[in-house]
Design a protein around this ligand. Structure first.
Ligand code: AMP
Length: 309
């Protein structure tokens, strides 16, 4: 790939051919993926990439348990960026209950293999104390938005999300960061933080990837029994009506009591709902308006639902 391509903004068909410089990193390699676990090591890896003109740098934040939704973000990053960094960090600060954090699925070997297959250049997989060292006490609170809907049901969740995402932005310093529309309020929180704190990072939001039966992919789906999964299908069916009254009726008929099912005035507006199926809490949303023009602002919006590839 010609070096001038990134300078001129030429669309890159095969940017994976360009890699950060081969200088040894204080990290392990899995195939061509560099795995780093400390803040200085990821900074050095990104600095090397920039020094060898392997920009733009794209960041895909994840908590692992990778599925086709994550792979869609990684695929977009690979197609659009010279260097792709994936973070792999189950962020304790965004979990309310210790049990929920403890039950979160973890399979680092599988996630690193998936990252390698997706053409990721560098995986940043820090231990918790690299992100939250002793004495940590500085938090980002997106005040109003962070306490509504998901935030009302999961107090402190978005404070944990905003804080870890700002830390990742500061640590990796990407040009572009990739998020899923599946977590619409998370996107709105990050977009608000980006605007309020003047963060010089472009946000790319990719459509929700769904299973063939319509259920939005989520690492939590693995916890559903076959019967619960059938019941959970009322969620995408309800949202597909794009009508909050009808959606609530469908959910209640299926025996599901939504925490909320509401039109949220986000960018773009969505019909969003959260339900508990057995002990598993599921969230989902559908976009109510597709963006007719490509956003000229620093962020770009999703336009359509996606099926797993
Ligand atoms: P997580 O690992 O759950 O923190 O998710 C990492 C990123 O993947 C977030 O930006 C999520 O919104 C996104 N994501 C999760 N599930 C999906 C999905 N089904 N479709 C698209 N993006 C998703």
């Amino acid at each position: 790939m010609p070096r001038t391509a990134s300078r001129t903004g030429t669309h890159l068909r095969h940017p994976s051919r360009r890699r950060p410089s081969p200088r040894p990193h204080p990290g392990a390699r899995l195939g061509r993926v560099i795995v780093v676990r400390t803040v200085p090591a990821i900074r050095a890896a990104v600095a090397d990439a920039r020094a060898s003109d392997a920009a733009p740098v794209g960041l895909v934040p994840t908590m692992g348990a990778l599925h086709a939704g994550h792979r869609a973000l990684l695929g977009a990053a690979r197609a659009e960026c010279q260097t792709v960094v994936m973070s792999l960090f189950v962020n304790p600060a965004q979990f309310g209950e210790a049990a929920d954090l403890g039950a979160y699925p973890r399979d680092e070997a599988a996630d690193l293999a998936a990252a390698a297959a997706a053409g990721v250049d560098v995986v940043f997989a820090p231990p918790p104390d690299a992100m939250y060292p002793a004495g940590f006490q500085t938090w980002v609170d997106v005040e109003r938005l962070g306490t509504t809907h998901e935030g009302a049901h999961r107090p402190g969740h978005f404070r944990g999300v905003a804080t870890v995402v700002l830390k990742l932005f500061n640590i990796v310093a990407p040009d572009v960061a990739y998020f899923g529309q599946k977590d619409a309020q998370q996107v709105e929180v990050i977009r608000t933080m980006q605007r309020d704190l003047d963060l010089p990072i472009r946000l790319r939001v990719l459509p929700t990837v769904r299973d063939r039966d319509g259920l939005a992919l989520s690492s939590r789906n693995a916890r559903l029994s076959p019967d619960e999964r059938q019941q959970a299908l009322a969620l995408p069916r309800a949202l597909a009506t794009r009508d909050p009254v009808e959606a609530r009726r469908i959910l209640e008929t299926a025996g599901l009591q939504p925490d909320y099912v509401e039109v949220l005035d986000f960018d773009p507006p969505v019909l969003a709902a959260a339900v508990r199926v057995g002990s598993t809490r599921l969230i989902d949303n559908v976009v109510l308006e597709s963006s007719s023009t490509e956003s000229s602002s620093m962020s770009e919006r999703p336009t359509a639902e996606a099926r797993p590839t």
